[in-house]
Design a protein around this ligand. Sequence first.
Ligand code: B12
Ligand code: SF4
Ligand code: SF4
Length: 354
Amino acid sequence: MRLASLLKEYAAEIGIDHLGISRAANLEAIAPFLEERRQELPPFLPPRWGQSPTQLLPDARSVVAIAIPYLRSAPAPPDNLHGVLARYAWIEDYHLLLQEKLGQLANFLRKERGGNFIISADTGPIIDRFAAYSAGLGWYGLNHSLFVPGRGSWIVLGEILTDIELEPDPPLNSRCLECRRCLKACPTGALTLSGLDYGRCISYLTQMKGMVPRELRPWMGRALGGCDRCQEVCPHNQGVPTVEGEILPGAPYPVLAEVLAMDKKEWTAGLGRSAVGWRGLTIFQRNAVIALGNSKDPEAIAPLADALHNPRPAVRAHAVWALGQMPYPAARRLLSSLHPQDPLTAEELAALRA
Ligand code: B12
Ligand code: SF4
Ligand code: SF4
């Protein structure tokens, strides 16, 4: 049996149902596109991101791409005082699972044929969606997501670059209906036919450090980590089978006041184990403060009053903004009694009073 077929058999044995193979050279096709778009990409791209396969591995021949489905079933979102996590963050950090499975596949190939391997998954240098597309795993939607037949876009991606020659799979034709529901559903207008403006994408806003641009905060709603709007509305994502497995304590709709009261230990043992853990507790609590502001719920005033004394300046400053969203005298009284010493909080207060 050919090595590619043996690899696919082995993959099925270790629980990987979606594996495709591309010639490494096919990944070169994205280089001009990346060059053109480099300025439009966020600051936290991985080291060596976008380098060509042969820059990464001399004599690179093949790319083995895998997709792991992660959709879990969950109840409908509860009241205003709960945050919302994107589905990828309901579970244990998916990077760990991808690394483990890709490691097993590389070991299998090493035993069969020797060779050299680079494993890449999200934080690696390879453009995961393009690798998966080139390996025939799926097709692109107008929402930029990669869709795997039968799984929709609720999948995470990773790949192995190797100097072993493996028989490639043909790319799939796109099944995107071009219905534009995803574009219409995007709350901030980040997603348009001309591309994805990361600076307006809620997924990015929930991950960025420091101060979220004031005019975009209302659009974040109660998002704490990631955004699924442009995927939720897609016809290809309806009726997709869910996957068995644990949902982290607190997910998918963390109680916002509890997020603000959380210490490092609770974070590390709970929601910090998800992929949003990488961004840290400060960013998560800042997002919770914005979410409380957007809730406009009178019960949000007490946790926001506490947040005014949070040791992190970004949390305090966003709490001022959030209280400013509350149409209640109690919130106005709190703000008028404030005399902040740190410049971030003072600036937020000045902006509210302007
Ligand atoms: C930076 C990044 C982001 C940035 C986006 C920046 C951007 N403009 O792409 C932010 C923070 C906004 C983000 C958001 C999300 N991300 Co993200 N992100 C990444 C990361 C690290 C790099 C992406 C990148 O290089 N983009 C550059 C563009 C150029 O590449 P691309 O979007 O992948 O694909 C484009 C080209 O391939 C081109 N194209 C299409 N067809 C063809 C054909 C040819 C011939 C050519 C040349 C080009 C071409 O068009 C595509 C769309 O622009 C990848 C991991 C990785 N290492 O790849 C994850 C990744 C793309 N993200 C992922 C996910 C899950 C998300 C979110 C859904 C998370 C969430 N729920 O909040 C959102 C989705 C937002 C959206 N609508 O795309 C998954 C995607 C899974 C999937 N099913 O597609 C990835 C692959 C992580 C992973 N390993 O699973 N992300
Ligand atoms: S919502 Fe419509 S246009 Fe957008 S990705 Fe899905 S099928 Fe394509
Ligand atoms: S993830 Fe949210 S904000 Fe970003 S493009 Fe999709 S719908 Fe728009």
